[in-house]
Each structure stands twice: as C-alpha cells, then as structure tokens.
Design a protein around this ligand. Sequence first.
Ligand code: NAD
Ligand code: UGA
Length: 457
Amino acid sequence: MNKTILCIGAGYVGGPTMAIIADNCPDYKVIVVDKNEARIKAWQSDTLPIYEPGLDEVVKRTRGRNLFFSTDIFGGINEADIIFVSVNTPTKTFGAGAGKAADLQYWEKTARDIIEHSSHDKIVVEKSTLPVRTAAAMQRILQSNTKGLNFEVISNPEFMAEGTAVTDLQHPDRVLIGSMSTPGGQAALQRMLDIYTHWVPREKIKTTNIWSSELSKLVSNAMLAQRISSVNSISALCEKTDANILEVSAAMGLDSRIGSKFLKASIGFGGSCFKKDILNLVYLAEFYGLPEVAAYWEQVVLINDYQERRFVAKICNKMFNTIAGKKIAVFGFAFKADTGDTRESPAIYVCKMLLEERAKLAIHDPKALENAMLELADETGDISYCTDPYEAVKGAHCIAVLTDWKDFLKYDFRKIYELMEKPAFIFDGRNLLDHKAMFDLGFNVYPLGQSALSHLK
Ligand code: NAD
Ligand code: UGA
C-alpha cells in the first residue's frame, strides 16, 4: 500500500496537523506543500512560520525523517494516495454572497490541480472548514476527469485551537470523519481510520455521513462563539446592576449541563475562523430559505461588534468624555494569549475606534507586534509599537488590556503607575489583572462586567 500523505496548504492547520501525523505514524511519509515559497522556506528553517508551544520539538523530530515541506505541489499530488486539502477558505469579498459566503476559489483550484497532476486513484480529504455539501461539488469536479481515475472525497474537519494546537492534536476530544456510504467511500474511511488509530483511541473517532461532518464543524465554532456572545451580553447587564460576571459565569458553569468552558467575558472573540464560520452559516441558512435561522446566528456576530464598541465608549466616557491627544497603552494585540496571530483580533477594531477618537496608541504585545504593524499599516494616527511595557506606559493616561497574556501579570505595576499620567486608568478587557491590587496602587480600574474601582469622586 502507498503510504504517502500529501497536505496542500502549509498554514496554521496544515503544518501542525501533518507534523503530528508524521510523529505518530513513522510508517507514513508526509509531504506538506504550499504555493507560498517564503512559508515553505520558514517551515524548513529553525524559525517556523507560526508560534505554537511544543511545535518546534515535534517538527525537529520528524522533519527530514518522514515529514517534508516543499513547493512542488504537482509532484506531491502525483506521488501521494491521500491528499489533505488545508487551504484557506476566507469570507467572500465580491459577487453573490459577499461578506458572508465562503470564498472557495483556493479550494477549487486545488481540485483542478489534483485532476491535472494525478496518474492514479486518490482519496481527497477536506481538512479546511467548508460549507455543508461542498463535498458534492468536489466529487463532481474530480469525477469530471477524462483519465478514468477514481477520487473518493472524505470530510475530516479540524478542531484544534491556536496556542494549544499540539496538545489538541495529540489528545483530541474527538476526530470526525465523514464519508460516503458507497463501497469506495467506506474503503477510504478505513484508510483514514488506519492513520488516526495510530494514536487516537477508537472511541474518540466519530464517523458520520459526509454532510453531517461538514456541518458539525461550522456549528461547533458557532456554538462556541455563541457562548462567548451570550456571556458578553450579560457582562453589559452586570455593569448596570453590580452583579459580577465572574460570579455569574462560575455559578452557571457549575451546572454540568452548561459546563464551565467558554464562559469568559471579553472584549469579543477574534481569530481567523469564528466570525467567518458563523457568517458562512448565516449565508447557508439564507441560501436554504431559512431567514429566522440566519437572523439567530447573525446576532452572535452583532453582539461581538457591540462588545468592542461598548469597550471603547466606556474608555471615552470614564476619561472625562475625551481621549483626543491622550496616550493609551494597549496591552496585547493578539486575538488571544500564546499566539502571535492577529487575524480578526478584537484589538484591531478597538484600536481603530480609539484612533478615530484621536487617541495616541502605544501598543505592546509579547508575540504579535509585527502582525499588529501590518494590521494597522493603513492607519494614519499616532501609533508606536513597544517591546518594552514600561516604554509603552510612559506618559500614558490609561492601559487597555486587550489580550489575556499571563506575562502581563509579572510586570511591576507600582513602577507602571509611577510612569503614567494621573489620574491613571486601567480598562481590563479580559479581566486579567488583580483589580483590587491595582486599585490599591492608585489606579482607577474598570473591569469587564464588574463594578468599577475608582478613586474619583
Ligand atoms: P492559512 O491561511 O494559515 O493557510 C492556508 C495556506 O494554504 C496558505 O499558506 C496558502 O498559501 C495555501 N494555499 C492556498 N491555496 C493554495 C493552492 N491552491 N495551492 C497550494 N497552497 C495553497 O489558513 P489556516 O488557518 O491553516 O486555515 C486553513 C483552513 O482550516 C481554513 O478553512 C480554516 O477555516 C480551517 N481551520 C483553521 C483553524 C485555525 O486554528 N487556524 C482551525 C481549524 C480549522
Ligand atoms: C477556535 C476553536 O476553539 C477551535 O475548536 C477551532 O478549530 C478553531 O476556532 C477554528 O476553526 O479555527 P481559536 O480561534 O484558535 O479556536 O481560539 P479559541 O480559543 O476558540 O478563541 C477564540 C476567541 O474567543 C479568542 O479571541 C478568545 O480570546 C475568545 N474567547 C474564548 C473568549 O472571549 N472567551 C472565552 O471564554 C473563550
């Protein structure tokens, strides 16, 4: 049996997933290809293109042994039996469905490359997150080949989160494999099981029909995001009523039917997928003539936007209704801790709104400064980027905590207070800091979904 696996797309998903497969399946050869030469070069170097705890070690162990990174997409297609497609599927920005539907141009391009460069039958695995029923289109394109080749399409969505990718991939809650019920589909399913059972207990591998698998991925992300928007909406009510969102979340989470995860109030969810996948779900509901379903899920995104706006409005309001010309130290730009990724980070939108109010921004982040610069490259306001937190706070009127980096907890806040203008404010958009301790140092503290601790009369 040919045990060569190809992955098209060496991004946040393709790189780590294939490294874990190679590590656990030494009897397979795993090739990861990408059209982006710089990205492939980085995967071949000592500085990997993405930061993920534990990933360097796995790549070091496997690279050159049974894991290979290459730009030879066509050669890889011809060599492998099993092709994972892990290309990006962003929100469409043009034409029908713009702003909501998934842009499948990269996806379709890979299907056409596969037809053109294959000389034997293959299994094509949907690793990217895709609209339900994409496999039907994929199968139709692939079967249109004139070489008499057979292609089986499998859905195997990825559930890893950034920052914890290695642990999530090594110990997944579940692996989902959707397949066709035909003999060919079932044989392809068996080939997938052969791979995953190298390290995932069989009871954690869920097999379904292909449409359920595709839809489960979109809905899993939508449900997670919905919990965050639910709790964020309640954080606004807490601020009006002196209830405390931490206590409310903890009390709710103790109900085993609700569970405690994803109930942390924040300035909003970010990341490359939540918003795009919900909008895609909204589009699908509209497409299938279900406007009520579409409106229900769209509200999750609208509350997220509201939470970002509400945070900025609070900063303006509490700092005497103007922040024009005032320096604001932004602590954290990544969309969450332990990653340098800033895609759809709430910090982007918060910073843009602060700049509209003519605030001066000093942005500090342990891993995401380069990406922050790219995200704000078109902004004309007064922005500085500081690797040193003490530089960022010098002469600042307030600190806005936008990412939950634990590193911030180690900073010397007495020194920080001394370096800042007075009255000094903290707006903690992640409820990260010890608010009482900050208040005792002299700060006016505005947590999220909790009463303010203010020295101002
Ligand atoms: P990414 O943008 O980091 O990587 C995609 C890569 O595919 C890019 O490097 C791009 O150059 C390459 N590519 C695009 N078209 C190509 C082609 N025709 N030939 C060769 N290479 C091509 O994206 P990502 O974050 O890895 O996400 C990939 C998919 O996985 C998306 O559908 C996403 O929704 C899904 N997903 C992402 C995560 C995550 O944490 N980022 C988690 C689960 C699922
Ligand atoms: C998310 C999902 O958790 C993964 O299962 C999924 O595979 C992935 O999307 C994807 O499809 O791309 P990720 O975006 O990496 O993973 O990160 P999360 O940990 O889910 O965080 C997303 C956002 O929600 C972050 O901005 C985070 O700060 C925020 N969040 C998370 C909260 O505001 N509150 C919480 O309680 C949890």
